[in-house]
Ligand binder design. Sequence first.
Ligand code: PRP
Ligand code: URA
Length: 212
Amino acid sequence: MTEFPNLTVLDHPLIQHKLSHLRSVDTPKKGFKELVDEIAMLMAFEVTRSLQLEDVQVTTPLERVTCQRLKGKKLVLVPILRAGLGMVEGILRLVPSARVGHIGLYRDEETLQPVEYYCKVPPHPGDRTFIVLDPMLATGGSASAAVTLLKDRGAVSIRFMCLVAAPEGVERLSADHPGMPIYTAALDRELNDKGYILPGLGDAGDRLFGTI
Ligand code: PRP
Ligand code: URA
């Protein structure tokens, strides 16, 4: 439990084990990418727990049986470029039918304000569930702007998933989008004066794509 009612910290032992390696400065680019992928997949199991099901009739080799399948239009994963891209494939292995939207945002290094450069999501956003993906929730500016972009296009059911969150970011995102579920693998201590999460894991995009 934390002071944030809409925040869930996923403390599964496998997630925490992998996160410890992800944080390490000694983990090279290849291992970092694999860990982001694996942690996102493990987290998705819990993040998708409340998806709705509907009854379907299935014929087994022996008889007819009532089973359950995901209801409604396909789920949408929305990575925030760049670093959110690293979370997509792992989740798609669990939910291969999910659609993938993209939101292009970067954080201005001086002002720490998000700068938007791209947004593409599937049709009928009002009828779908969206999972916004970004490994890092720092000031919360990027995540909040991404959710606003989705709402402007008609999305209603939105949840946010990150690997490491700062309290400042959770507070900002909760204030800007009350009630929206936020999932993280860790709630860290604070931001430093450059807006980096402490203890954090450094610059997620740079470590994923080798642009350090
Ligand atoms: C990082 C990260 C988030 C953002 C978080 O991206 O992936 O999108 O910063 O910071 P905030 O919560 O203070 O907005 P960055 O802007 O470095 O862009 P990149 O993914 O292209 O490297
Ligand atoms: N973006 C990152 O990639 N890392 C941080 O610690 C903060 C913002």
